[in-house]
Design a protein around this ligand. Sequence first.
Ligand SMILES: NC(=O)c1ccc[n+]([C@@H]2O[C@H](COP(=O)([O-])OP(=O)(O)OC[C@H]3O[C@@H](n4cnc5c(N)ncnc54)[C@H](O)[C@@H]3O)[C@@H](O)[C@H]2O)c1
Length: 385
Amino acid sequence: MDKVRLGMIGGGSGSFIGAVHRKAAALDACYELVCGAFSSQADNCQQTGLSLGLDASRCYADWADMLVQEAARPANERMQAVSIVTPNHLHAPQAIAALKRGFHVILDKPIAMSLVEARAIQAAAQASGCNLALTHTYAGYPMVKEARQWVQQGRLGTIRKVLVEYPQGWLATAMEQLGQKQATWRTDPARAGAGAIGDIGTHAAHLAEYVSGLRICELCAELNSVVTGRQIDDDAAALLRFDNGASGVLVATQVAAGEENNVRIRVYGELGGLDWSHADASSLRWVRPDQPVQIHRAGEGYLSAAATNNTRLPSGHPEGFIEAFANIYRAFALVLQDNAETRSDTLASNGHDYPSIAEGLRGMAFIEAMQASAQSTQKWTPVKL
Ligand SMILES: NC(=O)c1ccc[n+]([C@@H]2O[C@H](COP(=O)([O-])OP(=O)(O)OC[C@H]3O[C@@H](n4cnc5c(N)ncnc54)[C@H](O)[C@@H]3O)[C@@H](O)[C@H]2O)c1
């Protein structure tokens, strides 16, 4: 199959996630990076692009110019999809412009700054017929896909309780006052939109819905700005109600001093429960009454196709964050390459699924409900699309 010709907006030297996207795109030889507008600084754009082996003529100083110039290239050369890995306030304008010019989009979360913006992205995608993948990374892990299968197979019975947490500690001090690049825009309401709830709470909410197959329909939230002088939430918690009547708890905090990226989800049904943790991402724990605990491991022959098809190595060779991203990238490439065997139903049943605009809309509705609930005295607030 031909590689998808990929461009990138953001991801210049000194940034975080752009390089992870590039490594993920390269992992299965599904993509070829052909161009980029990697930074708001022209010299960084050029330097980053050249260091990646790009032709100087395709290292653009301005992302809007890149879209115009790439669209004007011959069809067999031009960029086909663009990865957008910029601060949140740029997601909607950049994604909409790319979609309008006929480019598929791989966008990092949160999809936008508001539900209104997310709807505008949806409208642009519908009008252009282009696809969008939203990189909720944790849905790319094989044992998260296995967990989802267990729920779908009914192994846990009717789901009653979902506990999801994402504690981080890197913003436990005022990193933004030291000029730390990633902290500076993440704590600026004008560029981040939301703090901990947008940055990591959306991952937790997505994971809860992805694994349980349920939808959060109502929540009761508390948001805090713990670090003195911070203008945005850095600590969040909520009680959740799901559409089948199950309840849940979500914690997303960036001030848990000493914690890394310790995402964990536990789901309990009437027959038993599952437990997945990012710190031990190759394991999935199964608990049942009057039964010994079982620990299922990535790469083993007893796993579902969904897990197996998203694992590259035999068991005991740990795979991680880049591979989880790569699973999203590969699933998206399979759709773009439009192979007869890769119709979305077949892909999804084989575990080649990826979050998209629907999940982005839900993420924005979650953020807006969290903010409304935190300010309300009535507290329980619907998650409304
Ligand atoms: N899925 C995940 O697990 C995950 C992890 C980290 C970050 N993210 C998301 O990725 C996005 C980027 O986060 P980050 O930590 O890499 O930020 P970062 O600050 O490290 O990088 C942002 C990049 O965008 C570039 N940029 C800014 N304005 C630009 C413009 N006008 N034109 C072109 N480039 C421009 C910057 O120069 C920089 O290269 C955010 O939306 C964040 O929420 C997702």
